[in-house]
Ligand binder design. Structure first.
Ligand code: SAM
Length: 303
């Protein structure tokens, strides 16, 4: 796949129009208590990203290329979630070890269960990625932070800690998106909010603006002498609105509409929002044959 498969002047124009410049932040407590107090969000997102992708190469295939594992590495996964990525990497670490760290006990327990009984030794740590005090200097050959860095409160401390625990010659893989990734979803979402005359502070798009694939390299260069950016693209295509609606509603509560609890927004509000978004998606499917969600994603590989 080349960039030109999905990137079009129309999408560029749409990104300018749809994605607000200002990002917003979640509190660590919100991540832990609200979004990852069970595996529901992860399960739905992982299913949709895989079942509806048009790029023949999956996210984990890209990571396997990035990590160039020999099988003997000690690997640390920050924000390991339910162990979805680790399950795929495990057979490539037969003589190595896995350490999974996550702030949310519910998803960490799911990861532990998922990898239970595998021959590779696994250690599970409940904690925040910006405090690795319980890990020794120079103890890992690979450190990963996949689709989680936007939750971490103290990014500078996190990167300094990763540098400290990473052995010389090791690789830190940080995987994240550009802020204009999946902008067709934001477009239908914002159009529905607009039609409902919703409060302006709900038009806030993504928390990834604080640190994204487009703006993250200079910060990483303070801690790592080599920072390479590897990008890949994908396009989810939905011919039925149902799976898209599951994806949309689970994502931080309707595309971040109510990422923090908000007494102004009741079930009636969300029912109308869902109805309006669904009608736009159905219309696009009727006219074009599918509803597309274009992804601009990738990894920083730091040494
Ligand atoms: C979108 S999930 C990504 C999970 C996994 N890396 C993957 O790619 O499938 C984000 C994960 O980061 C975790 N998380 C959020 N804040 C964190 C923090 N400060 N330190 C460690 N993990 C955190 C969440 O609990 C969640 O499991």
């Amino acid at each position: 796949m080349t960039n030109s498969d999905f990137r079009t002047p129309a999408l560029d124009a749409l990104a300018q129009q749809v994605i607000p410049a200002e990002h917003f932040e979640f509190s660590a407590e919100t991540a832990k208590q609200r979004f990852f107090n069970d595996t529901r969000m992860l399960d739905v997102k992982q299913w949709v990203h895989n079942a509806f992708r048009t790029n023949p190469k999956s996210m984990v295939d890209h990571m396997l290329d990035n990590l160039a594992l020999t099988g003997r590495e000690d690997l640390l996964d920050l924000g390991c979630g339910n162990g979805f990525v680790l399950e795929y990497l495990r057979p490539h670490l037969c003589e190595g070890s896995i350490t999974g760290l996550d702030i949310a006990p519910a998803v960490l327990a799911a990861a532990q269960e998922r990898l239970h009984g595998t021959a590779t030794p696994c250690t599970w740590i409940e904690g925040s990625a910006d405090d690795l005090a319980q890990l020794s200097d120079d103890s890992f050959d690979r450190v990963m932070a996949n689709y989680m860095i936007h939750y971490v409160p103290d990014l500078e401390r996190c990167f300094a800690e990763v540098r400290r625990v990473l052995r010389d010659g090791g690789v830190f893989q940080l995987t994240t998106d550009r802020t204009d990734s999946m902008l067709e979803m934001y477009q239908v979402h914002f159009a529905a909010l607009d039609a409902m005359d919703a409060p302006k502070d709900l038009f806030k798009a993504t928390p990834k603006g604080r640190f994204s694939l487009a703006n993250g390299a200079p910060t990483l260069r303070k801690y790592f002498s080599v920072v390479e950016t590897v990008t890949w693209q994908d396009q989810l295509r939905f011919t039925d609105p149902d799976p898209f609606m599951r994806f949309y509603t689970v994502g931080h509560n309707h595309c971040c509409a109510s990422s923090e609890p908000d007494p102004r927004l009741d079930e009636k509000f969300f029912a109308e929002l869902r109805d309006r978004v669904r009608r736009q998606v159905q219309q696009e499917i009727d006219e074009r044959g599918y509803f597309a969600v274009t992804k601009f994603t990738g990894s920083f590989l730091c040494r």
